[in-house]
Ligand binder design. Structure first.
Ligand SMILES: Nc1ncnc2c1ncn2[C@@H]1O[C@H](COP(=O)(O)OP(=O)(O)OP(=O)(O)O)[C@@H](O)[C@H]1O
Ligand SMILES: [Mg+2]
Length: 380
C-alpha cells in the first residue's frame, strides 16, 4: 500500500506513528507480566493507535502473549458486549476459521456460530455467535479467554477500546461488578481498558466506591512533544519533495496545541497546497488554518447547538483566558455568568459534556483547542 504523507481520522501505525516510547515500553511490560492497564486521554490523542502498535510489536517479539483487540463502541447492552468479546477472543487467538469452530464447540457448547465470508478480498470474516442469556451465563463467556489461555499455555491480553461505553449500559453498575469479580481471579488473562470521555472513564476508574477502582496501572496519555512533530512534518514534506521550515512546522504544531489528530490534519491541509519542489509559505499556512476551521465547522456547530446562553458565556470567558476566577464579581459581570451557585453548576455541566477539562488546581481549559480557535474567530 502506498504510504500516506499524513493521516488522521483512523488509527495510525508505522510510517505515520511517532513517539510514545515510554508508553510503549510500559504497555509491553504490563502485557508480558499480566498487569491490568487503564489508558485514559482526551479524544483523538492516540490511544487506539498506541494499543494497535503495541499489539503488532507484541506479535513480533513475544509469542507467549496473545493480544486481542475489541471496540466496545457499538455495544449497547451487556450481552452485546459478551458477543463482541467472545468473537474477538476466538478470532484473534487462532488464525484459521476451522479452528474457531473447533474452539467454539469446545468452550461454548450449545452454539452454532455463523461465519460469514466477505466477498471482498482481504476483508475480515465476520463471526456471529448468537450468545443470549438463554444460551450462556455471563460467567461462562467471561471465562472464555482464560480457558483458551490455559489450553494454549499462553497469556492473553484483552484490550477493550471505547470502554467508557460500559458506563452507559443499562444496569451498568451490576455489569461492572460482574466483570470485576470474574476478571480479578484470572491467572493468565489480563485487560487493557481504554477510552475517551474523560468524565465517564473517571467515573468508572477513579471513584473509591466503584468496582473498577484501583483495577490496574493507570496511564494518562498526554501529547506528543513538539520536537517530534517538527521532525515528522519536515521529513514527510521532504519525502514528497516539498519543503517546510522547522520554524513553521513548530508554529503549525503549536497552533493546535500538539493535539495529535489536528497536527496531522493541519499538516495535510498545508501539504496539499504546496507544489512539488516548493516551500510552504505564510499565506498557505494561514489558508490551511482557515480550511481546518471550515472542515470542522459542522461538528462544532453541533456542539454549541444544545448549549444555553450561560454555557456559551462560560466558554467565551475561557477563550478569553479566564481559567479560574469565574466567581469574581468583575468576571461574572463581564461575561454574564450569573450567580456564584450558577457558576458551580456551569462547571459541573461543562465538565460532564467534556467540553472543558481541568488541568490541575481548578484551572479550566477547552478540551479541544481547534474548537477554541473556531469560537474565537467565528462566534465570539
Ligand atoms: N503516535 C502517533 N503518531 C502520529 N500521529 C498520531 C499518533 N497517535 C495519534 N495520532 C493522530 O491522531 C489521530 C487519532 O488517533 P487515535 O484514533 O489513535 O486516537 P484515539 O485517542 O484513539 O481517538 P478517539 O478518542 O477518537 O478514540 C490519528 O488518526 C493520527 O492522525
Ligand atoms: Mg480510539
Amino acid at each position: 500500500m502506498e504510504k500516506k504523507s499524513f493521516m488522521f481520522g483512523a488509527a495510525v501505525t508505522d510510517y505515520n506513528f511517532i513517539g510514545r516510547e515510554e508508553e510503549t515500553r510500559r504497555l509491553m511490560a504490563n502485557f508480558s507480566e499480566g498487569i491490568n492497564t487503564i489508558l485514559i486521554s482526551p479524544r483523538r490523542i492516540g490511544k487506539t493507535s498506541l494499543v494497535k502498535q503495541v499489539k503488532k510489536q507484541m506479535e513480533k517479539t513475544n509469542k507467549d502473549v496473545l493480544v486481542v483487540y475489541l471496540d466496545m463502541f457499538a455495544c449497547k447492552t451487556e450481552y452485546e458486549l459478551y458477543n463482541a468479546l467472545a468473537a474477538a477472543v476466538l478470532k484473534q487467538t487462532e488464525s484459521h476459521a476451522e479452528k474457531w469452530l473447533e474452539t467454539t464447540k469446545e468452550f461454548l457448547i450449545r452454539l452454532t456460530p455463523k461465519i460469514t465470508f466477505s466477498p471482498e478480498p482481504n476483508a475480515d470474516f465476520s463471526l456471529s455467535l448468537g450468545i443470549t442469556p438463554k444460551t450462556h451465563t455471563p460467567e461462562e463467556i467471561l471465562s472464555l479467554p482464560e480457558k483458551i489461555a490455559q489450553k494454549r499455555g499462553k497469556r492473553i491480553v484483552v484490550c477493550i477500546d471505547e470502554f467508557q461505553q460500559l458506563g452507559e449500559l443499562p444496569d451498568s453498575l451490576k455489569v461492572q461488578k460482574r466483570l470485576r469479580s470474574v476478571w480479578q481471579h484470572q491467572q493468565r488473562t489480563s485487560y487493557c481498558l481504554f477510552g475517551c470521555k474523560m468524565h465517564l472513564m473517571n467515573t468508572i476508574f477513579q471513584r473509591r466506591n466503584m468496582p473498577f477502582y484501583q483495577f490496574g496501572d493507570n496511564i494518562f496519555l498526554g501529547k506528543i512533544p513538539t520536537a517530534l512533530w517538527v521532525d515528522y512534518i519536515v521529513q514527510h514534506f521532504e519525502d514528497r519533495n516539498r519543503h517546510i521550515s522547522r520554524e513553521m512546522a513548530q508554529r503549525l504544531t503549536e497552533t493546535v496545541e500538539n493535539y495529535s489528530s489536528y497536527v496531522q490534519q493541519l499538516a495535510w491541509l498545508l501539504f496539499s497546497r504546496v507544489n512539488e519542489a516548493e516551500t510552504a509559505t505564510e499565506e498557505q499556512l494561514r489558508l490551511s488554518i482557515a480550511d481546518l476551521l471550515n472542515t470542522n465547522e459542522p461538528l462544532f456547530m453541533q456542539q454549541i447547538e444544545p448549549l444555553s446562553a450561560y454555557q456559551l458565556h462560560f466558554l467565551r470567558a475561557i477563550v478569553n483566558d479566564v481559567h479560574t476566577a469565574f466567581g469574581e464579581q468583575k468576571v461574572r459581570e463581564e461575561y454574564q455568568l450569573g450567580s456564584p451557585s450558577n457558576i458551580t453548576r456551569l462547571k459541573t455541566v461543562m465538565l460532564s459534556k467534556d467540553l472543558v477539562e481541568s488541568r490541575g488546581r481548578g484551572m479550566l481549559y477547552l478540551t479541544d483547542p481547534v474548537f477554541g480557535l473556531w469560537l474565537q474567530h467565528r462566534i465570539i
